[in-house]
Write a protein that binds this ligand. Structure first.
Ligand code: NAD
Length: 233
């Protein structure tokens, strides 16, 4: 199945690690031009890439990073928001501080809002925006109040932006646990248990590529839940 992403101008936040890095690699394998934005330094990748350091919660720096990538590629066809943090996973409500809550929402929600806001002037007609939300928007575990709240907000933000932005599709992917440094840090060796349903960052990247491509041209304002069907049981 051809995705026709060759030559497309793509910007990925959170591209230094995990799902963002897998997305960057997958777009490059399709022949796209990829701008990598992260607050950390990104690995060296082969292909038409440029990396810009920026924190997605720092509006002027993020806007400048987006403009730098967009000027180099002559606009943006695809924007992927993968930058995110999990916050104090496993912390009960009584011990969750307002600072914990605010910091998770700042990266996971405000960061996506700022990405859309500052990418908008550079988007080509028919462009696609894809956010990483999570199955935690729908299926919650204890001790994850800030994270679950933030991912629910990303789903709502996706719908609001799909209505707001004419001629631009906005969707999000909601995976269950993905084997990345984030999940390893939060869950540890349980990821190696063969009975535990865990997916690879490359699995998620395939959904992102589909939503980025014209193959999904009728899909807009949607949350794609990729969780092995767990939430349907
Ligand atoms: P990760 O920690 O491997 O990668 C996240 C990247 O985001 C890192 O490179 C980090 O430096 C960057 N980042 C964090 N805060 C930033 C900021 N303020 N500004 C710029 N960059 C920042 O995590 P991951 O598992 O690849 O997660 C990517 C996205 O997928 C997140 O939004 C996460 O919530 C979501 N997600 C992850 C899982 C999972 O199980 N790993 C499941 C569902 C959804």
């Amino acid at each position: 199945m051809r995705l026709d992403l060759a030559g497309k101008a793509v910007l990925v936040t959170g591209a230094a690690s995990g799902i963002g890095l897998a997305c960057a690699r997958a777009f490059l394998a399709e022949g796209a031009q990829v701008g990598l934005v992260d607050r950390e330094s990104v690995p060296v990748l082969e292909g038409d890439v440029m990396a810009v350091r920026a924190d997605v919660t720092d509006e002027p720096k993020l806007a400048a990073a987006i403009a730098t990538v967009a000027r180099r590629f002559g606009g943006l066809d695809v924007v992927v928001g993968c930058a995110g943090i999990s916050g104090p996973v496993g912390t009960p409500l009584a011990e969750t501080t307002v600072e914990d809550f605010a910091s998770v929402l700042a990266v996971n929600v405000t960061g996506q809002f700022l990405l859309a806001k500052h990418a908008r002037p550079w988007l080509s007609p028919g462009a696609s925006v894809v956010f990483l939300a999570s199955d935690s928007a729908f299926v919650c575990a204890p001790g994850m109040v800030p994270y679950c709240a933030s991912k629910g907000a990303v789903v709502a933000l996706t719908r609001a932006l799909s209505v707001e932005l004419d001629g631009v599709r906005v969707n999000c992917v909601c995976p269950s646990v993905v084997d990345t440094p984030m999940a390893r840090g939060d869950l540890g060796p349980v990821l190696d248990d063969p009975a535990f349903p865990v997916q690879a960052a490359e699995d998620v990247a395939q959904h992102v590529l589909y939503l980025a491509s014209a193959r999904s041209r009728t899909v807009d304002g949607q949350a794609v839940l990729a969780d092995f069907g767990v939430s349907a049981r």
